[in-house]
Design a protein around this ligand. Structure first.
Ligand code: SF4
Length: 238
């Protein structure tokens, strides 16, 4: 039976110590309670995407602080997830997603980038491993979706500039409120979808086939608390 997973969800299988119980719950229980994502991040992401695109349309080049992305020939409008997917022949797992940015380079290759509204921290290896999977999943899909070859992958961190200099700068104040600036930092990501993605899809298939969730991770109290809660709800308090 076909299984569908987003590139972002696939990233959960990538960390050095993935929790397959978490993966099972996310796959089999679609309407999880207490799931919320602050809308402000989507707003900032779309502001970033639209501002950079508008700059390119006007100036026919990227802002200087993005020049390390390479010689950009054109912006490609990233297809939505309904059109941007690929089914793996071996596992019949379908991976879908929507890249933040696809650039066509002057040499005819493609560069896929993802914007992250946060400070870059090289010690957050868990998050960086996840982002590496997400971008490689996009490359894996893109190469069968007409964007081939994908030669470069990048994370573009938009770091909020709350430095003292910025806070005290007169330009931080407008007639209607405050202006918060962002400093861009480009972090190249290793491109290796052929090696990275297929083993993860095998894990996805294995988790999908499990009838019951695998054991929780030893150190995780939340799952033990949840199990206790379920028992108390089922049996009542004596
Ligand atoms: S709470 Fe911990 S053990 Fe439970 S599913 Fe999440 S990560 Fe896994």
């Amino acid at each position: 039976m076909p299984v569908s997973i987003s590139a972002t969800e696939l990233a959960n299988y990538a960390s050095r110590y993935p929790c397959l119980r978490c993966a099972w719950i996310k796959m089999h229980v679609k309407d999880l309670p207490y799931q919320s994502f602050p809308a402000i991040f989507s707003t900032i992401d779309s502001f970033t995407k639209n501002s950079i695109k508008a700059y390119f349309d006007t100036h026919k080049k990227l802002p200087d602080w993005l020049s390390d992305l390479g010689e950009i020939h054109s912006f490609i409008k990233p297809p939505g997830w309904r059109k941007f997917f690929r089914i793996d022949d071996n596992t019949e797992v379908s991976v879908r997603g929507e890249a933040d940015a696809i650039f066509k380079l002057n040499d005819g290759a493609y560069h896929i980038a993802d914007y992250k509204t946060s400070k870059y921290n090289p010690e957050r290896t868990y998050a960086l491993d996840s982002y590496e999977v997400q971008l490689n999943a996009y490359a894996w899909i893109a190469e069968l979706a007409g964007f081939s070859p994908v030669n470069k992958l990048s994370l573009i961190f938009m770091e909020p500039d709350n430095s003292r200099e910025s806070v005290e700068n007169v330009n931080s104040f407008s007639s209607q409120g405050l202006n918060l600036g962002f400093v861009a930092r480009i972090v190249p990501v290793k491109r290796h979808p052929e090696n990275l993605i297929p083993p993860l899809l095998e894990k996805v298939r294995a988790v999908y086939e499990m009838k019951t969730p695998p054991a929780p991770r030893g150190r995780c109290r939340e799952c033990r608390n949840l199990d206790n809660l379920i028992v108390r709800i089922a049996t009542g308090i004596d």
